[in-house]
Ligand binder design. Structure first.
Ligand SMILES: NC(=O)c1ccc[n+]([C@@H]2O[C@H](COP(=O)([O-])OP(=O)(O)OC[C@H]3O[C@@H](n4cnc5c(N)ncnc54)[C@H](O)[C@@H]3O)[C@@H](O)[C@H]2O)c1
Length: 340
């Protein structure tokens, strides 16, 4: 039974992704009502007012929590703020959606887990968007139906266009680096598909194209070999230097078959056959690739609240992904295998 009242949501952060989430919540999430918006950037608040017609606007998060009449917050702030903002909202009795990563260190993730546990009647949702992408969700269903037998290996990559590299360099201090910012999704997928926990990671990488990443102790291309508790394995890679498009894809090998998800990051189903060969245009960025996933996760968040049920993704999933992302970063920086 769904509750009839709309879920009143305050969005926090209206940057690159926050604007997309805000527009989804405003126009495309039945049962949800975008009631307030918060950002430290005045021009983003003006955008919310002019483009979305939101009149309850805050430049201070605490003020929004104190004054606005809300059921839930939707956190799309910089990664380092998610944990503290999530804990505050949970302890005020609000449902919480937080973008990934749930926290930028394991200690703060554990504190979020504790806050979610002591407010167990509230919905707490970590935005691992790929789980809500129709193709990834379908792959999970096939695995549960044992179509490929027992899955034992995941190969998964996140690849961004080279034209975003300068922006990514600036973003490193806020994002936590290539493993936490990009591969946190692949880590979550590998755990989800293999049903097991990462035990060891061995990362390699470098700044092969943009030396600026080395200067901030990060990399533009990386690869990680991960060993799982039950002997399963994953190869997880990332690149910030692609020229064809945003190329996220994943392959799952099982005892009776293989699933491949999105191996060509095609923009649509049109293939061009001409004097230059045969080719497809590609999606440009994460939002174009996962626009359905972003919408589905927001709808699922609201439906969980209205139906009084828990989402399939938990605070512990958020902690595990951050823990493994940190181990990968340590392994890359120390040049050796790290045990978790
Ligand atoms: N799921 C995904 O695939 C995906 C993709 C991109 C970004 N993200 C995550 O979304 C988050 C935001 O990313 P982005 O690219 O939109 O970043 P961004 O820098 O463009 O936006 C950050 C926003 O937070 C606001 N902000 C900062 N401090 C604040 C505070 N104290 N109170 C209120 N607002 C504050 C800024 O004004 C801005 O609106 C990051 O954590 C990132 O990891 C997830």
């Amino acid at each position: 039974m769904k509750s009839a009242a709309p879920v009143k949501i305050g969005i926090v952060g209206l940057g690159r992704l926050g604007k997309r989430h805000a527009a989804n919540l405003r126009y495309q999430v039945p049962g949800g009502q975008l009631a307030a918006a918060c950002s430290i950037a005045p021009e983003e608040l003006s955008w919310a007012e002019e483009e979305l017609g939101i009149t309850e606007l805050y430049s201070d998060y605490d003020e929004m929590l104190n004054k606005a009449d809300l059921d839930a917050v939707f956190l799309v702030t910089s990664s380092a703020m998610h944990a503290a903002q999530a804990i505050k909202a949970l302890d005020r009795g609000l449902h919480v959606f937080t973008e990934k990563p749930m926290g930028v260190n394991v200690d703060e993730c554990r504190q979020v887990e504790q806050a979610a546990a002591r407010n167990g009647e509230k919905v707490f949702f970590v935005g691992f968007v790929r789980r809500y992408d129709p193709s990834y969700a379908y792959a999970k269903k096939l695995i549960e139906e044992e179509v490929i037998g027992e899955p034992f290996m995941v190969r998964s990559q996140t690849v961004d266009l080279d034209e975003y590299a300068d922006f990514q360099v600036e973003f490193v201090p806020a994002s936590g680096g290539i493993f936490l910012d990009m591969n946190v999704h692949d880590i979550d997928l590998a755990r989800w598909f293999l049903g097991s926990e990462v035990k060891t990671v061995y990362a390699r990488g470098g700044s092969y194209v943009h030396k600026a990443f080395e200067d901030v102790n990060d990399a533009d291309n990386t690869v990680v070999l991960a060993g799982f508790e039950d002997g399963k394995m994953a190869v997880i890679s990332a690149s910030r230097t692609a020229f064809h498009g945003h190329d996220t894809h994943t392959e799952i090998s099982g005892s009776r078959g293989i699933l491949k998800i999105g191996m060509t990051p095609a923009k649509n189903r049109v293939e061009v056959f001409d004097a230059y060969g045969a080719r497809q245009d590609c999606v440009k960025d994460f939002f174009e690739r996962f626009s359905e996933g972003f919408l589905n996760e927001a709808r699922e968040f609201v439906n969980c609240i209205r139906e009084g049920r828990k989402p399939g993704v938990s605070a512990n999933d958020g902690t595990k992904a951050t823990e493994v992302g940190f181990a990968m970063t340590d392994s890359f920086r120390q040049g050796k295998e790290i045990s978790i």
